[in-house]
Design a protein around this ligand. Structure first.
Ligand SMILES: Cc1cc2nc3c(=O)[nH]c(=O)nc-3n(C[C@H](O)[C@H](O)[C@H](O)COP(=O)(O)OP(=O)(O)OC[C@H]3O[C@@H](n4cnc5c(N)ncnc54)[C@H](O)[C@@H]3O)c2cc1C
Length: 412
């Protein structure tokens, strides 16, 4: 009998899992409830995603080559996007999710995956297979599907995880506005992305201004304790950007949750979770697109190998591969988020630390190319020295936050 895999969610993770499964000859069905709405997202994607998943450059709105980091007191650090060995591939790609996700879904369909526009409403894992019920969006009718296994690629609120009886993960909220600016204003962000730190714009994560083809996307992240203040924080960010947004026209306001902790278990009998459903967002940057795609690819490869016996014991090879490859990076970036964004003095230190050339090279090697090589001893010593000096400077002298200098509303 033909073996079949059901994937819930046809966003970046689900579509990549489907493409991988089809490449391995597995019959694949995707169920997606929102085919016509973009996933709320800053859309920053590393070049590694374009190389590893063979994506065309036409998906890129802009290539960001410079970053500006602004501390709570207004200290600025300007960084060129460059790894240890500078190359033409040194950039951060800015994409619009409606374009990016649409491409991946079409590719999955071209490779033979079936795409159903429906909402999963029930899921049962049985000894001989998986039974899923979905509601067709077009007419509200209910249908049941049978498959050998299911991949939950259904995001931060993952209904698949819920039907498997798993608890919710702690969640942050990210909210962003897309603002069309006059060309003269857009020039400021031609190939530059901004990151803003400060309690009034993002108490424990960061705020951003990311340039797209015809607009700027300004947004903030708010960790689990601050989600109720998200709108206020965004208003403060816009106040902080001030005249840079003059003449702007709001195109869209969008928000969604971000998981703040990976799941302890991501593979079960006949079921796997990937991307946001598995909590695989990176803490310091809120980066989740590459990780959803990569986890979709690895989960699909493991599942295809074990489709004859998709037991938890066999499928957990996916978790082992994942954590042996990326475990230390997740641990480090989680620590970095707590250390760098823990309070405003640390945010000042973080902004200064970004000036260190070794820190820049390491950051961009790991972000752009997903190369997690340990830093040479010399670089480690230089970074440690610079960090200690920045700590001393910022703890001995109080810097006045911008909100006090300029008297705009305090968020939280
Ligand atoms: C405001 C914001 C900004 C962000 N900025 C960035 C960034 O710049 N760079 C970056 O790398 N990451 C960013 N992220 C994170 C990134 O968006 C996610 O990590 C990524 O989209 C996860 O992909 P995924 O495929 O796992 O899940 P998602 O993209 O969340 O997709 C889940 C899919 O499942 C579908 N679904 C859910 N329930 C059902 C159901 N019952 N039936 C059928 N389908 C269902 C949804 O419609 C959705 O299409 C941002 C997130 C937010 C909220």
């Amino acid at each position: 009998m033909t073996q079949r895999v059901l994937i819930i969610g046809a966003s970046v993770g689900g579509a990549t899992a489907a493409i991988t499964l089809r490449g391995l000859g597995v019959e694949t069905v995707l169920v997606e409830r929102e085919l016509h709405k973009a996933k709320p997202c800053g859309g920053a994607v590393p070049p590694a995603a374009f190389k590893e998943f063979d994506l065309p450059a036409e998906l890129i709105d802009r290539k960001v080559k410079h970053c500006l980091v602004v501390s709570p007191s207004g200290q600025e650090t300007h960084i060129d996007v460059a790894g240890s060995v500078p190359s033409a591939d040194d950039y951060v790609a800015m994409v619009r999710r409606e374009v990016f996700d649409g491409f991946l879904r079409s590719r999955a369909q071209e490779r033979g995956a079936e795409l159903i526009h429906g909402q999963l409403i029930a899921l049962r894992v049985e000894p001989r297979g998986v039974r899923a019920t979905y509601r067709r969006i077009a007419d509200g009718s209910e249908h049941t599907l049978h498959a050998d296994a299911v991949i939950g690629a259904d995001g931060a609120y993952s209904p698949t995880a819920r039907f498997l009886g798993l608890p919710n993960l702690p969640r942050a909220v990210a909210i962003q506005e897309r603002i069309a600016l006059p060309a003269s204003q857009m020039a400021r962000w031609e190939d530059t992305a901004d990151l803003y730190l400060g309690r009034e714009v993002s108490p424990d994560l960061y705020a951003w201004a990311f340039p797209k083809r015809d607009h700027i996307a300004v947004g903030i992240g708010a960790g689990p304790g601050y989600t109720a203040h998200a709108r206020e924080l965004l208003a403060n960010l816009k106040a902080r950007l001030g005249p840079a947004l003059d003449g702007g026209r709001l195109i869209l306001r969008e928000a969604h949750a971000l998981p703040m902790e990976p799941r302890k278990q991501m593979a079960f009998d006949r079921a796997m979770l990937i991307g946001d459903a598995a909590g695989l967002v990176v803490h310091t940057s809120g980066e989740g697109i590459y990780w959803a795609m990569k986890s979709g690819q690895i989960a699909a490869q493991v599942l295809a190998r074990h489709l004859d016996a998709p037991s938890a014991a066999n499928l957990r090879a996916y978790e082992q591969l994942w954590w042996s490859e990326y475990g230390s990076m997740y641990t480090f970036l989680r620590w970095l988020q707590k250390w760098g964004y823990g309070n405003e003095r640390q945010m000042e230190v973080f902004t200064e630390m970004c000036r260190n050339p070794d820190v820049q090279r390491l950051t961009f090697d790991s972000y752009m190319h997903k190369q997690m090589a340990p830093a040479p001893w010399g670089a480690q010593l230089r970074m440690t020295w610079d960090i200690l000096c920045a700590q001393a400077r910022n703890y001995l002298r109080r810097r006045t936050p911008l909100r006090e200098q300029r008297q705009y509303a305090l968020g939280v």
